[in-house]
Design a protein around this ligand. Structure first.
Ligand code: BES
Ligand code: ZN
Length: 841
């Protein structure tokens, strides 16, 4: 690990005066930054990246300076240590990198327009202005902004605008905050505004390419989320306004800039009259996530980037806590169970995975180590585990104390554990250490041995793994008499017959699925459990399917044992159960190569798993349907499309053919209707029509569905056209490229073309998304799909020479294991699975 000192140690800024002049036409930023602060030595360093610093003064005197681009620094020699005011004059390029200050492009009435916005987390504030770009270096900021302004343009920043003078917009001074949360934006925007009960102004802003009603849903959720947090945290929202802004080009999903939260359009604007429930829920949780950060992250900030996980895990948990409170009928925790939980359990089972808490120094390391399934999903699971142990009263009491103690300052994980510990009397830190500092998670084996019920924990791997004898402190949540925590490798619970009798039901561990482990029951226990499957609640059933799938992925049992389970749950009315069933079924596809009898049989099984649901629910939602039905339908239709049931194909075609404009199709089934159309009723004309709709629409969820349909084309000439568009940002925005790439790669007819493209255009990709955490995830996409020894060999041949590149080293090592594991699993299990599928029909 690179040794690096924090610039904050030698210079502590107190206030920044930022002046920025942005010339969109010439793609040039001219800036002047004045920083008042305290220097502990005469030689100090400030961060800068791609800045051309032309002059530095202290008071009226010029200050000698040198640029150190390798350290992303400008080094100054001040007259002496002590309190000082320095002014730096500079220019910087305005580039299309979705980092720093950057343009976002969109079309309005056929004209290409742009909005300027910012994205500074983690270390891109230094591309906009020089300063100490570290989370601990909190200061106040006064922003003055000038640009080649057109009449009617809107200008937004963290704080309200004070005045405009000579074309310069002056904003009110911020509270003490970190550099990575500074933000501003301007362009031709529309907005909707409201006020919270406590008087905070809430606004939603988007380009005028959207219909005005597309802002309503977000406004309502944002307002109610802020009201919820003010109550839950017992701490007022500290700024006068909370703006939510949708940017047409956005690298991440959303960003919690204090007072000016930015979003991808798909996560903010939606047509209230035609959007799938699942996406509405997603938008709501994204907004609640960013607003949770306004306190946890913005008001109190991690001291250093090694605690970025804490920021993100906490917001990831709170997005569910908040939405569950404001939309209780959604049962939003169910989507935690069908989304985050399996993502964490899958990724965390790969040998070489990072622990949640990792030491980092260098910004490049921060990017390379940022693993969403771990930092967000596993981390949130850890906090959910803590919440379950503490209860909400102690959690809220602890949080209130934490905010009071650290507001406008910084804190570490240990500070949070201390506050929660004081509020609950539990040694939270001790329990968490085993989960946060160690990678992976345990499978707990429950066995009846010589009449005793014995539990054993061991690390669970999918693919090859090296046993490191890790032991976790496991909240067992057993329905039998058992200790709260399992702290050793084995635990003898005593006489099984007596325990079983006292409990009056089959043994269940991890009831509620809130602890991060899976369970392997022995033959006796699983027979007992399976006999009473119908009495289990939906989460228990999901867990049974999820654990069975994972145990099969890890080679602890054959997938052949999972197959008969599926049909048992096919008629469920619970979306969580059907989601888990679908996920297990999809995982069988790897055992059935395209165009083989095994595949034909698997399609038949998919038909049997979906036919009754499709018959019951139909292709179109009805008014007044339950949320469960609304959420089951997409899975059932996806299964039916794969199954190629001729009657359903024709039914979908009839609906699709009946509309004059595909935009009229109902959003909750649109993707499946269009995929069916492209796959089975496709033509060049249809392709052209869908692509034109893709380019024209400003409804981001319609765009996603169109992309999903287009990438499913079986026509090689059309696939070639898509691949050509990969590098044409006027058709496929860089922010959307990964999902297009994934779509083509997952299409058996497209895989070769997508894979060839990735290998020839790797350099281009690195340049386009290179400075971004998204870059390594292209490798993850490949690893999720490849399943043959030939592809494995090609993967290794291409990526092994790139192992030296720090940004992708870990990903390559892990993903090689992922594909190797899958190839081995197919070889070992294919015959048994094929037989089990045939048997189940
Ligand atoms: N702060 C993050 C975004 C971020 C993280 C930017 C790390 C740069 C480095 C933001 O709060 C976030 O978590 N965004 C999510 C969206 C979602 C989970 C609500 C994202 O971008 O995926
Ligand atoms: Zn976040």
């Amino acid at each position: 690990m690179a040794e690096s000192t924090h610039f904050y140690q030698t210079f502590q800024p107190a206030h920044y005066d930022l002046f920025l002049d942005i010339d969109r036409g010439n793609k040039l930023i001219t800036g002047q930054t004045t920083i008042t602060g305290h220097a502990t030595t005469a030689t100090i360093a400030l961060h800068q990246k791609y800045l051309k610093v032309t002059a530095v003064t202290a008071g009226d005197d010029p200050v000698p300076f040198t640029l150190d681009d390798a350290a992303e620094a400008v080094r100054l020699t001040l007259p002496q240590a002590g309190d000082v005011t320095v002014t730096l004059t500079y220019t910087a390029p305005l580039t299309d990198t979705m980092m720093g200050i950057y343009p976002s492009y969109y079309k309005l009435n056929g004209e290409r327009k742009q909005i300027i916005g910012t994205q500074f987390e983690t270390t891109a504030a230094r591309q906009a202005f020089p300063g100490v770009d570290e989370p601990e270096a909190k200061a106040t900021f006064s922003l003055a902004l000038k640009f080649d302004e057109q009449p009617g343009e809107t200008v937004l920043a963290n704080m309200p605008e004070l005045r405009v003078e000579d074309g310069v917009h002056y904003f009110d001074t911020t509270v003490k905050m970190s550099t990575y949360l500074v933000a501003f934006a301007f362009g031709d925007l529309q907005s909707k505004l409201t006020t919270t009960a406590s008087g905070v102004q809430v606004g939603v802003f988007a380009t005028k390419a959207h219909q005005a009603k597309e802002l309503d849903f977000a406004l309502d959720i944002a307002k109610r989320s802020i009201e919820f947090y003010e109550d839950f945290y017992q701490t007022p929202y500290p700024l006068p306004h909370s703006w939510q802004l949708a940017l047409p080009d956005f690298s991440a999903g959303a960003m919690e800039n204090w007072g000016l939260v930015t979003y991808r359009e798909v996560y903010l604007t939606l047509d209230p009259d035609n959007t799938a429930l699942e996406l509405k829920q997603r938008v709501a949780t994204v907004i609640a996530h960013e607003l949770a950060h306004q306190w946890f992250g913005d008001l109190v900030t991690m001291k250093w980037w090694d605690d970025l996980w804490l920021n993100e895990s906490f917001a990831n948990m709170m997005e569910y806590v908040a939405i569950d409170a404001i939309e209780p009928d959604w049962h939003i925790w169910e989507s935690f169970q069908t989304g985050d939980v399996p993502a964490a359990l899958q990724r965390d089972a790969t040998d070489g995975v990072q622990s949640v808490h990792v030491q980092v120094e260098d910004p490049a390391e921060i990017d390379a180590l940022f693993d969403g399934a771990i930092v967000y999903a596993k981390g949130a699971r850890m906090l959910v585990m803590v919440r379950a142990l503490l209860g909400d009263d102690a959690l809220r009491k602890g949080l209130k104390a934490y905010f009071e103690a650290h507001q406008y300052g910084n804190a570490t994980g240990a500070d949070l554990w201390a506050a929660l510990g004081a509020a609950s009397g539990l040694d939270v830190g001790a329990i968490m250490t085993s989960w946060l500092e160690q990678p992976g998670y345990p499978v707990v084996t429950a066995q009846v041995q010589a009449g005793h019920l014995v539990l054993t924990q061991a690390q669970f791997f999918i693919g090859a793994g090296v046993n490191a004898d890790r032991v976790w402190q496991i909240p067992l949540n057993a329905n039998f008499a058992a200790p709260t925590l399992m702290t050793a490798a084995t635990l003898d619970l005593g006489d099984y017959t007596a325990l079983r009798q006292a409990a009056g039901k089959p043994l269940r561990l991890n009831v509620g699925n809130n602890s991060h482990f899976i369970v392997a029951y022995d033959e006796t226990l699983s027979q007992d459990l399976l006999a009473q499957v119908a009495t289990l609640d939906a989460i228990d059933q999901l867990q049974l399917l999820q654990d069975a799938r994972l145990l099969a992925e890890g080679g602890k049992q054959s997938y052949a044992a999972v197959v008969p389970l599926l049909k048992q749950f096919a008629d469920t009315r619970a979306n969580v159960v059907y989601a888990a069933l679908y996920q297990a079924a999809v995982n069988l596809k790897k055992f059935a190569q395209p165009k083989t009898p095994a595949e034909a049989q698997l399609k038949q099984l998919f038909d049997q798993l979906s036919a009754a649901q499709v018959a019951r629910l139909g292709w179109q939602s009805q008014a007044g349907e339950s949320n469960d039905d609304l959420l089951i339908r997409p899975y059932a239709l996806a299964a039916a499309v794969y199954a190629e049931n001729p009657a359903e194909q024709a039914a979908a075609h009839a609906i699709t053919a009946a509309v004059a404009d595909y935009a009229e199709l109902p959003a909750d089934t649109r993707a499946y209707l269009l995929i069916n159309e492209v796959k089975h009723y496709g033509s060049v004309a249809l392709f052209d029509q869908l692509l034109a709709a893709y380019e024209a629409t400003s409804d981001p969820s319609y765009k996603e569905d169109l992309a999903a349909a287009l990438t499913n084309t079986p026509d090689p000439a059309l696939i070639a056209r898509i691949v050509t568009a990969f590098e044409d940002a006027t058709i496929i925005k860089p922010q959307d490229l990964r999902s297009w790439f994934r779509g083509v790669l997952a299409n058996p007819q497209g895989q070769q073309a997508a894979w060839d493209w990735l290998r020839t255009e790797w350099g281009w990709l690195e340049q386009t998304v290179g400075g971004d955490m998204e870059f390594p995830t292209y490798i993850t996409v490949v690893a999720r799909i490849f399943e043959t020894p030939e592809r494995l060999a090609e993967f290794k041949a291409f990526f092994e020479p790139k192992l030296k590149d720090q940004a992708v080293t870990r990903e390559i090592i892990m993903d090689t294991k992922v594909i190797e594991g899958r190839v081995a699993l197919i070889a070992a299990d294919q015959a048994a699975v094929t037989a089990a599928v045939a048997n189940a029909l």
